[in-house]
Design a protein around this ligand. Structure first.
Ligand code: PA5
Length: 462
């Protein structure tokens, strides 16, 4: 199981002004936390609660269909092209980057054990889209278009471009190269898929985009590139079981949620840095940033009061960002809590040859890069403590499906518990809608004429 060490947020380590009395706080919030955990578990099966993501590890049917489809198309495609944005892309990127061999798309077919390359288009930059489409052989590409709503402008505009090209190259047969992941009944993509006869997978009801990584949204791309789905599912299930424990002393998601909440509300530390010391986990930070920001940044609480709350998530990468952000974290405003992710055992042990005897670098010879990266994590953490800055350390035994799934699921539960502590709706995102509506107005979507007029008045020439 992954482990969480919160010693370095304690006032014994970083002083009373910045630290918490962890034992006292855990005891003060014992009942509240127990209530939140049992309440989430009671509410999770009720429609409209947006808690179905807590059941995804047990969705045998989806798991079976995903594996079955992946085995049917095995060997037929050289590339998987995922079209999606936000919650429909970030989990897929985080997990494939973590679990596939590094530089996967540059490996030969043999080195990939015959499995396809994978590309995610999660933005609408005309140059990168053109660039990618100019190198992909679309005939040998399976396109997985993912959108829960079925009408997201970024995803659907990409799909319109790709479908047009596919059809020009393959004629009616193009349908075999498309698989759509969307709502089971509603949305334009569902209508198109039914008319055109695409293979489809479902984004289940009551699973929001940012909590959808373990639905077909993530599982299908994972299976298509040969990741071990059972390993991932076992990780979620074991973590789910562990996080059903209502005792805060035994529940790492509750501990980290409470620590972040108290650091924000009592100690003014409303920035949450996610800093894995592993390049393979780099995109877990991007996924976390969306999860934390969209879930907890809200202007109203559950009683309708104006609150404008939400800790700001920041992504960082160890050791790289020691040479970029750590100066600020050590000496700048003491307004952050830093989450280190540490890997105990890397897949490879890489020795540094003792080829130079200069005093400044000779000591590195005979050590390993593995020792170096973890020594840097430890020394940065201790240095931050010397500056009275709070840090959390999450340790994974290794970067594999079981541990990465545990990490993501733990962070999801942590977010849900934090939302309850803040007394806000963790699962909506009304703040995203205004700009979306303005985009529809600017692009001439029917029904948005009034917004277009408002915009005319507000926009200044660029
Ligand atoms: O978390 C969310 O709900 C969002 O980030 C969505 O995933 C994102 O806006 C994409 O939406 P859709 O899947 O409907 O295209």
């Amino acid at each position: 199981m992954i482990r969480l060490n919160c010693k370095n947020v304690d006032e014994m380590v970083i002083g009373k002004e910045n630290g918490l009395n962890i034992a006292e706080e855990f005891s003060a919030y014992k009942e509240t936390i127990a209530q939140i955990i049992s309440d989430l578990n009671k509410r999770k099966d009720k429609p409209g609660q947006w808690l179905q993501w807590m059941n995804l590890g047990y969705n045998e049917e989806t798991i079976w269909y995903v594996k079955e489809f992946a085995s049917q198309v095995k060997g037929k495609f050289e590339n998987i092209l995922v079209l999606g944005i936000g919650g429909s892309a970030l989990g897929g990127i985080a997990v494939t980057e973590a679990l596939l061999k590094p530089y996967w798309n540059l490996l030969s077919k043999e080195q990939r054990n015959g499995m396809p390359r994978i590309f995610f288009l999660d933005n609408i930059d005309p140059d990168t889209i053109t660039g990618l489409l100019s190198i992909l052989d679309l005939k040998k590409t399976l396109v997985n278009v993912i959108t829960k709503s079925g009408s997201t402008a970024e995803t659907m505009s990409q799909f319109m471009i790709v479908k047009d090209l596919l059809e020009k190259e393959l004629g009616d047969d193009y349908r075999k190269n498309v698989v759509a992941t969307t709502d089971k009944k509603t949305g334009i993509l569902r209508q198109i898929a039914e008319q055109e006869g695409y293979k489809t997978f479902v984004v289940p009801d009551d699973v929001g985009g940012r909590f959808s990584v373990f639905s077909a949204v993530g599982l299908l791309p994972f299976a298509l590139v040969g990741l071990d789905i059972d390993d991932i599912i076992n990780g979620i299930k074991d973590m789910d079981l562990a996080l059903k424990n209502t005792d805060i002393n035994e529940n790492i998601a509750a501990q980290n949620a409470l620590i972040h909440y108290l650091m924000d509300t009592k100690k003014g530390k409303n920035l949450s840095v996610m800093m894995p010391y592993s390049s393979r986990l780099k995109y877990v930070s991007d996924w976390y940033v969306q999860l934390w920001a969209e879930s907890l940044g809200k202007n109203k609480d559950n009683n309708g009061n104006d609150v404008h709350i939400g800790p700001t998530p920041i992504k960082a990468l160890g050791a790289t960002d020691q040479h970029s952000q750590i100066q600020l974290y050590n000496e700048g405003p003491n307004d952050k809590i830093i989450n280190f992710i540490r890997v105990a055992n890397f897949d490879n042990n890489l020795e540094i040859p003792g080829i130079f005897e200069y005093t400044g670098i000779g000591y590195l010879g005979g050590k390993s890069i593995n020792q170096l990266i973890n020594a840097e994590a430890d020394s940065t953490r201790v240095a931050l403590s010397d500056y009275n800055r709070p840090t959390i350390t999450i340790t994974l035994d290794k970067v594999d499906g079981y541990n990465v799934a545990q990490l993501l699921y733990m962070l999801e539960v942590q977010t849900a518990i934090a939302g309850e502590l803040y007394n806000i709706n963790t699962f909506n995102q009304p703040g995203v809608e205004q700009a979306k509506n303005y985009t529809y107005a600017l692009m001439g979507r029917a029904g948005y004429e009034e917004s277009a007029q408002v915009l005319q008045g507000k926009m200044t020439a660029v």
